[in-house]
Design a protein around this ligand. Structure first.
Ligand SMILES: [Zn+2]
Length: 466
């Protein structure tokens, strides 16, 4: 019993919230000043620590200072007349910024992150502040669905009725590149019982660049309708920006440059918002309606490697690959996968993956026969073995579902064809197929996406045996 009590409840997970905030003019001014003070402290601390490490190397001190040690210096600064302005802003964010730097250094020494960079002045920025649960006024405000940001008073937020009951320990107030404010926090949520499974419906999802997602049910989801139009406008605005005074290196930014930049920022925000909206709608739809979601285990990072190559061995079709990479990063496969994974946890569904090298588009989902000759341009095809008519993406989605669940599409006659065992390596390039290296940026199919550097090294095996 005691051992049970010690174990954390399995149904506890962290849930992040990001709420649009509407600070008053005074609060906005205070935000700007606090952010400036934080940046000042952060950058000075960075310099101090660098010097401190050099002193340690030289042997003049035994132990190098950490950002936490630097907070004592900040306390001293507040008393000196030339830096007394630091005491005019709330102290919470100043401490939080040093703690964040301490974490950054810890991650750097662990080898998981790069050396912390100095902060620059920019539109998109944020401050953090601890929210002490022992403070009665803060707790009372939270209970009344209001957010009391320490030192700022109550900040108006959108849809306060959607705030969680649990009070977070840390608040982040941020401003994005087009001047909107947000409050973000994280609370741990405990479910009383395991979420009931949604249902036992299985769906395979084929993610692509042209069509965002095609389901094995035949449904599909497109990318945001205005995206193309907005991208065209963005290109135009960026060209205008490059002609304004302030674009050249070392030139002072002109008022027109700044105004143009703001226009670009606003448009970029709109594109981002539209994309996020489509992604959330897609992933919510999937997790709410299907108990088993099958995805392709895409290696997004590898897919997006540049085809540039080295000066000695230049890659081919660099521009096309760059265009494809742009499409890939716009579609945001990684984010879609992340959302499906976390949403299905709270919905009670499961996510399965088809192997990265499984031949999902060139296999007939009806009889399982494998097409050796399969051009990337084929959108619709008729299976020569069984006569089934296939839409390329829908067929792939069906195969993803089959491969991920371990029930293979049709049968391969008891034996895996050679060409599948070591796809494209030992077997010569199938007749009529486009050679792997110079495949065009036709679409985001797995086999078209291994950049010239990444060759499949392992033989394709059913997932169960791996
Ligand atoms: Zn067939």
């Amino acid at each position: 019993m005691i051992a049970d009590a010690k174990l954390a409840p399995v149904n506890t997970f962290h849930r992040a919230f990001k709420i649009r905030a509407y600070p008053t003019q005074d609060q906005r001014r205070l935000f700007a000043r606090t952010e400036g003070a934080c940046r000042f402290v952060y950058n000075r601390s960075l310099e101090h620590i660098k010097a401190s490490y050099e002193a340690k190397k030289a042997g003049s001190v035994e132990r190098a200072d950490t950002p936490i040690d630097f907070s004592r210096v900040v306390t001293q600064w507040k008393k000196q007349p030339e830096t007394a302005w630091l005491s005019e802003v709330p102290s919470g964010p100043l401490g939080a910024t040093l703690r964040a730097q301490d974490e950054a250094f810890k991650r750097f020494f662990k080898g998981v992150a790069r050396y912390p960079k100095p902060h620059r002045r920019r539109m998109a920025c944020s401050i953090q502040s601890p929210l002490d649960p022992r403070h009665k006024d803060k707790a009372a405000a939270w209970a009344n669905q209001k957010i009391l940001f320490p030192g700022f008073g109550i900040i108006k937020v959108a849809q306060p009725e959607r705030m969680p009951i649990a009070q977070p320990k840390m608040l982040t107030l941020s401003r994005d590149s087009c001047g909107r404010y947000f409050i973000a926090f994280q609370v741990s949520v405990t479910l009383e019982s395991e979420p009931a499974p949604v249902n036992d419906r299985v769906v395979g999802v084929d993610l692509g660049v042209k069509t965002l997602a095609v389901f094995s049910t035949g449904e599909s989801r497109e990318v945001h309708h205005a995206e193309r139009k907005r991208r065209r406008r963005l290109k135009h605005l960026q060209r205008c920006l490059s002609r304004k005074v302030g674009s050249r290196k070392g030139e002072k930014k002109s008022r027109r440059w700044i105004r143009q930049r703001q226009q670009i920022n606003r448009l970029e925000c709109r594109i981002r918002d539209g994309r996020r909206d489509t992604q959330h709608k897609l992933t919510t739809h999937l997790t709410q309606n299907y108990g088993v979601i099958c995805l392709e285990d895409l290696h997004v990072k590898g897919m997006m490697t540049s085809a540039k190559g080295t000066p000695e061995a230049p890659g081919s079709n660099v521009a096309q690959k760059a265009g494809l990479n742009r499409g890939l990063s716009n579609a945001g496969f990684g984010e879609i996968r992340r959302q499906i994974e976390y949403k299905s946890v709270s919905m009670g569904g499961i996510v399965l993956f088809a192997d990265r090298f499984a031949p999902t588009s060139r296999t007939c989902s009806a009889c399982g026969s494998y097409q050796k000759e399969f051009s990337l341009k084929i959108r619709k095809w008729i299976c020569p073995t069984c006569g089934a008519v296939h839409d390329r993406d829908e067929n792939a989605a069906k195969n993803i579902a089959a491969f991920a669940t371990g029930s293979y599409p049709g049968s391969y006659g008891g034996e895996t064809p050679d060409v599948m065992r070591v796809e494209g390596q030992i077997h010569p390039t199938p007749k009529g197929a486009i050679p792997r290296i110079c495949q065009g940026p036709d679409e985001a199919r797995t086999e078209s996406l291994k950049s010239s550097k990444i060759m499949p090294t392992k033989a394709w095996k059913p997932r169960a045996e791996c």
